[in-house]
Design a protein around this ligand. Structure first.
Ligand SMILES: Cc1ncc(COP(=O)(O)O)c(C=O)c1O
Length: 424
């Protein structure tokens, strides 16, 4: 009796010390557990509970996940407690804990995963490590983000490689035709995004990698928008490398990413960012000749030195968060929001130009558009004044606007953007 009373008093004190929003969060965390069940993409009550777990302020509408994916509380709490533990006990290491879990999540094996800090770092490792000589050609798109453009452009300047660029088409088949037509005897690599940052076309990545394999060239994929937006099976996709991050669709800690390097190409792509963990065997600076070490027999050869175990805990928590809801449920919901955006944009007829394919397999959660007679930068500013965040796309003269939606968004928010378009 006494014991129960004491417990009751303790719980009551704890509850009294918690804010209402903390109590609501605990309850929302329970309500988003799906235990593998399918959730309807229109189950607004479920998705409202999901939204509850994001600290995003309610006084503005965030439609820019393509740049930056805000984390939910469980991820932020994991980073916080991970950093506290690290700083309280001074224990060193532990970041390797994410590798096998992540490998399983993306359909790879642990020895094919290198930890990075962002997509750009992964692309640089692959780009600078490939054995390319003057005159060798690499295929990119005219829709590159600077993170996939800069490394290849610099390699063009430094080493005389030649970049060829195709424009992603409105259908997967036409995109494949355009890539095929650029391949010749000098082509060494296709270094394409899976989903370009500009207009969010989902490119036929498996077929692109199969084409590369058939022609004996490398497939070096910029997967900034792959992980977390859809289920990935990198072995099935068949790419040689795939660079992605946790800070977009994975809703994980900022400044965390990974590079997948297929086992067969690890002896071809030369590591340059080496240090603790990248080599194995004895090395000794006092012997004559100096005794060197071998590269680690895994993708760990591509990263060396200290990482953050606090951020690693956050990465683990972001996979757990996604799996609690179910990646298939997330994918269906965000694809539905993407389709709703397209339907609403198409209602404007010839006043608005939808730039993203409507083809089922080529669309997902990112859409690009232009408003006839309205400068894209002007509309971007109008959105900012009205507390709606979208992205303006100035890359390669595309001069358009981009909307990207994740699970914390809903149709009412998309409607508010449409009302603003109607006004202008
Ligand atoms: C397609 C694409 N590639 C590369 C990047 C660069 O990503 P990060 O900032 O993680 O290096 C981005 C970022 O928006 C992107 O959209």
């Amino acid at each position: 009796m006494e014991f129960n009373r004491r417990n009751f008093i303790r719980s009551a004190t704890l509850l009294a010390a918690m804010s209402l929003s903390e109590i609501e969060n605990i309850s929302a965390k329970q309500k988003i557990k799906t235990d593998g069940k399918l959730i309807s993409d229109n189950d607004e009550v479920f998705w409202q509970n999901v939204r509850q777990l994001f600290p995003l302020t309610k006084d503005h509408i965030y439609l820019n996940n393509g740049t930056f994916g805000p984390s939910p509380y469980p991820v932020i709490e994991a980073v916080h407690s991970g950093m506290m533990e690290e700083d309280q006990d001074g224990n060193y290491g532990g970041w390797e804990a994410i590798v096998d879990k992540l490998a399983k999540f993306v359909g790879a094996s642990g020895d094919e995963i290198a930890l990075t800090h962002n997509v750009t770092e992964g692309i640089n490792i692959a780009c600078w490590g490939l054995p390319l000589k003057r005159g060798d050609e690499v295929i990119l798109t005219t829709h590159e983000h600077i993170g996939n453009a800069a490394p290849w452009l610099c390699r063009q300047r430094e080493d005389g490689i030649v970049i060829k660029a195709y424009t992603p088409a409105m259908t997967a088949d036409e995109t494949l035709n355009r890539i095929s037509s650029l391949i010749n005897k000098n082509t060494r690599a296709i270094a394409t995004p899976h989903i370009p940052c500009t207009q969010g076309q989902v490119l036929p990545i498996k077929e692109i990698c199969a084409l590369a394999k058939e022609k004996g060239i490398y497939s070096i994929i910029d997967g900034a928008h792959g992980a977390g937006m859809m289920a990935l099976d990198l072995h099935d996709i068949g790419c040689d490398t795939y660079a992605s991050c946790f800070h977009k669709w994975m809703l994980g800690p900022k400044g965390t990413g990974f590079l997948y390097v297929k086992k067969d190409v690890q002896n071809i792509i030369r590591p340059y960012n080496v240090g603790g963990g990248s080599t194995e065997g004895d090395w000794d600076m006092t012997t004559t000749p100096i005794r060197s070490a071998e590269y680690t027999k895994s993708a760990h050869r591509y990263y060396g030195g200290t990482q953050s175990s606090g951020l690693c805990k956050g990465m683990i928590a972001s996979i757990d968060f996604i799996e609690t809801i179910g990646l298939n449920n997330i994918h269906r919901r965000i694809k539905d929001l993407g389709k709703y955006t397209q339907v609403r944009l198409l209602e404007f007829g010839d006043k608005v130009e939808l730039l993203t394919p409507t083809e089922e397999r080529s669309r997902c959660a990112v859409n690009g558009f232009r408003i006839k007679g309205v400068e894209y930068t002007k509309f971007h500013s109008i959105c900012a004044e009205n507390k709606i965040r979208i992205r303006s796309v100035s890359e390669n003269g595309l001069n358009c606007l981009r909307v990207s939606t994740h699970i914390y968004n809903n149709k009412a928010e998309i409607d508010q953007l449409m009302d603003l378009i109607k006004k202008v």
